[in-house]
Design a protein around this ligand. Sequence first.
Ligand code: K7E
Ligand code: CUA
Length: 662
Amino acid sequence: MSFFKYLKTITVSTMSFVITIALIGGCSSQQKGEIGNQDAASKVYVAPGQHDEFYSFMSGGWSGNVSVYGIPSGRHLYSIPVFSQAPINGYGYTEETKAMLNTSFGFIPWGDTHHIQPSKTNGDYDGRWVFINDRNTPRIARIDLKTFRTDEIIEIPNTAGQHSSAFCSSNTEYISANTEYSIPLDKPLGNGVDVPISSYKENFHGTVSLIKVNQETGEMNIGFQIQVPPFDYDLGRFGLGVSKDWVFYTMYNTEEAHTLLEVNASQKDKDFVLAINWKKAEQAAADGKGQVVDANYDHNMRDHETGIAKTEVMKQVRVLKPSDLEGAIYYMPAPKSPHGINVSPDGEYISEGGKLSTVVPVQSFSKMQTAIQNNDTTGSIKGIPILKYESVLAYEVKNAGLGPLHIEYDGQGHGYNSDFISSEIVKWDLKTGEVLDRHPAYYSTGHLTVAGGDTRHPYGKYLIALNKITKDRYLPTGPEMYAGEQLFDISGDKMKLLLDFPVEGEPHNAAEIEASLIDSAQVKFFKLSDNKNPYVTRNEHDTKVVKDGNRVDVYMTAIRSHFTPDNIEGIKVGDTVYLHVTNIEQEWDIPHGFAMKGNRNAGMLIIPGETRTIVWKPQSPGIYPFYCTDFCSALHQEMQGYVRVSPANSNVPIKYGTNKDI
Ligand code: K7E
Ligand code: CUA
């Protein structure tokens, strides 16, 4: 054993000992169900300087973003701005990033993220991208895992309350996104959008959208939509393995209620899973089936050359009807108001969390195929045949707890479901549905995630319960608290609770990707020579201030520990000043920040090799200091400058410089 390894062993065991003592000391945590032993502490202990085994990407719910944690430590590594402006680095405030938040409704600086899905190759994570939905303004984002940045956002027309999204097929051919709140549609799909709410049954529609992903670039484009009955499409999963050509969605409100849904959408004993053979649907679209209709939706992409996001307004979309998909679209009955749905790693089992039922039904893909061949149906709805519940059912998990919401698989022959009402995780045998273990969770679990649980080969080691109610688990932070996650060890017969950790916003869903798929490919800084931003300044000699009418462009550089220029005069009230700052460092983890006194805007963080632009409209004459916000060097405090703003009618000329009287 090397000396350092020896030292590490001592450190680990000493720390575990300390943690153990701490846990034993707190008997209240014992009462709350902790195992509180050295075993648990050492399993989540990642020594200083060591890295976690997994990245956990968590949706942020109403944060509108994605946060990234290390597993098993629960360390918060980063938050990725997606649908919400992020003053932390200027995302959505800088000229380069603003267009990412454009929509057909205008600039929308906030979102509600629910379902994160990593890209896949052959049904396993490939570490290229993660996709996530915005439920409120229907759109889907793609995050590049080399930079942990949002590279693309596409709006989804003809949908609302887009909850049943963003799910990814086995080879990232498609991302799927569906309507939760059905809406009226314009002609030729509907009778127009200005209709009475009470005409829901006649005039409202749902759509399923399949978004094609470019295999090289990741670029998304809506392949086609399918117009479906006005139910509330809730969650979905693509098949895997034997079922990989299919996609499955849960739905509620087959009652087609439009008010007091908590009562009116819970009338029927059964709702449905919608099953679509997306390969056949793709073929139907390629054959020209359906119709191409007018639409209006924004597609925002970051240009990799200039680093500037651009919006393309899209004007058309192809929409298919169930009648175009004969033999490729079916309903399978499910217990009332099902929520989560998942497909087992081999693709054979499809199970839903029937949140108002105490059983978890598990359907068999092979039985479903037989039922389709035998035309084993009980009628149809708007051209979609309904397969018989009993004909496709593999088994029901009895005693699945109260309020089963979500399901995951570990790849070792087990399924797990979360329970919102009885606050527990239930483990069952994937072949028989026999309940093998149950463990309390604190409290009211929504999604749960097994590391790699939605792939062909789940890692299976850890399960995370994403709990809604945090209550007494942490030091209180007033009336508002972050959600709390619980990490379980699922490597043995019995689930063991290892760790509680609070997380940003409300993570509805998470995905764990093994670190080795991502960490070695990280971009550390951008090559200055590759910077094609039209406002780049590659060296201090090229810095300048250009005034054209009321527009002033400041071409500025930042390097430890000064800006060039750092004294500027000749700017007047009424001018619009574009501050283009290029970080000319070429080293990892040396960002510079930029903030201007009185600017009605955020500051910005500029990564080495990049140019970022913030707009400033000075309101009154005076001297305006600016400074670097990121403690970049021992002389960081000195990284500052002054702008003189003169009255609108003054004749102070443009002058600028660093280390001279201008
Ligand atoms: Cu169950 Cu939006 Cu997937 Cu929350 S969702 S829990
Ligand atoms: Cu640059 Cu502080």
